[in-house]
Ligand binder design. Sequence first.
Ligand code: NDP
Ligand code: MG
Length: 387
Amino acid sequence: MKNIAILGSTGSIGQQTLQVVRQHPDKFKVIAISARQNIDLLISQAREFKPKYVAVTDDSLDFYRLKTELDALDIELLTGFDSLNVIASLPEIDMVVTAIVGFSGLLPTISAILAGKNIALANKETLVVAGELVMKLAAERNVKILPVDSEHSAIFQSIVGEKHQFIEKIYLTASGGPFRGMKTHQLSSITKEQALNHPNWKMGNKITIDSATLMNKGLEAIEARWLFDLHPEQIDIVIHPQSIIHSLVQFIDGSIKAQMGLPDMRLPIQYALTYPQRLENDFPRFDFLKYPQLTFEQPDLETFKALKLALQALKQGGNMPCVLNAANEVAVHAFLSNQIGFLDIADIVEQTLNSVEFVSYPSLDDYIECDRLARQFAEEYVKQVKR
Ligand code: NDP
Ligand code: MG
């Protein structure tokens, strides 16, 4: 029996993690769950999974109803952002699923590592911002970081049993998003609704916009660099619209291993929870006859400038991925609240990258300061677009 805490249980990854748990009640016990503000769903999850702790981070909420419900179930309620650090380091927990969005995932992940908990890592922004520091800390504490992101799970599954020195390079596959094949002039009038309509995956809003701009693939390249200890030149991106091959590893003899399956996040989530075991489930199986063609294309870095900027930040290293991430979070939020246009997202990220000074070996405090400063610049550029 594995005891788990889920940071962000009401989100897309959080809910699918609970679906995996539901299939294997004898293998997993949910000890703690959390949300920012979705109290209704949190209450229904608490009733079903009976965790010991429930955490809510949005301090402005009225907790009365939640507290009454949880008291009746004998569940302890924790509130405020620090509650995530608390549930990530509970003594009775074996593994933490980090399924919250953005830079906010960094400190709770560090708390979990310091407490020696293995991590099922969905929150890619943690490794984008501070991958070197986080992986070093995990190695020191003998903590496993198991990828939930489907591409990274594919790479991870492909290198099980292989020596690191035999990896020549990896290919991260990308669906291309809803605007694949379009040119810049066609993207200027894209609405939020169009950008939220992803062809293959149903995900939270922030990552869905990142998938439409292709920033997501850039964030994943940075995530892969740290997760698998690769040089930036060893990471390539290929557009694969069917999202069946989830990524590939090429070895020094030219042999390639790929991991395939239907686009269903429950598979990588389950693998992260059960590694090195595999468990049976009743999820739908791949049917070759429904996919007579798997196709591949070059990414268009001119139209999808966000990806180009992310790959540049990957090469530059230091605090640049942190700046990129912060600016992107601000810009995506502004796009989702109808303050800026689709193409403004990458422009704001570019302007912010040009505004923050380079730091080659940032400390944790440097990252926190860099995130704050980059957000300030990005907010200013959002205001300029609105004017
Ligand atoms: P969602 O927006 O669907 O869910 C986010 C969850 O985190 C919710 O429970 C939300 O609470 C909570 N949350 C959001 N922001 C904060 C915050 N600042 N502080 C505390 N809690 C917060 O996101 P996804 O599940 O789509 O994504 C989660 C992470 O996983 C992201 O980093 C994403 O990039 C990554 N990922 C997601 C994939 C997917 O298929 N969805 C695939 C690969 C990676 P509430 O519901 O109350 O708002
Ligand atoms: Mg992914």
